[in-house]
Design a protein around this ligand. Sequence first.
Ligand code: T46
Length: 140
Amino acid sequence: MKTVNSGIIEISTLGDNRGNLSVIESLIHVPFEIKRVFYIYATKEGVRRGFHAHHKTRQALISVAGSCKIHLDNAIRKEEVLLDSPNKILILEPNDWHEMYDFSNDCVLLVLASELYDSEDYIRDYDEFLKVYSKSVQEV
Ligand code: T46
């Protein structure tokens, strides 16, 4: 496993003549205990989803098939990330406002989360996001 940039981790492929196998273990390949798994697939053309940050939840995103792009904004820096390999894991911290887009027809976006689902953990208003996280960044 190696860190490519701030949010992307690359995991190694355990391949042999039968094909490939990749493994993600809690607290080893992702820096948190995995409490929830969900996946997004059959996304319609042109759809953009996400549009939120979190209070507590940390997540790991893996495009296990196909590809998609992620717009990230941590209240200081904006970045676009392409997930186009099952060996790339994008770690999202709670303060990463994120939007997912440009899904290929075959994209299966697997998400590992550090918390159980709680709608109260979402910050869906961008101005509120800036209030919460611009402030905490200045205080660091
Ligand atoms: C995130 C990005 C990457 C549940 O009931 N339980 C769950 O665990 C999840 C993830 C969703 N839901 C319900 C809530 C909504 O009624 O499923 C519906 C769709 O969820 P949402 O509109 O939040 O989907 P996205 O793609 O905007 O965001 C999801 C995750 O919710 C979010 O945590 O970071 O994927």
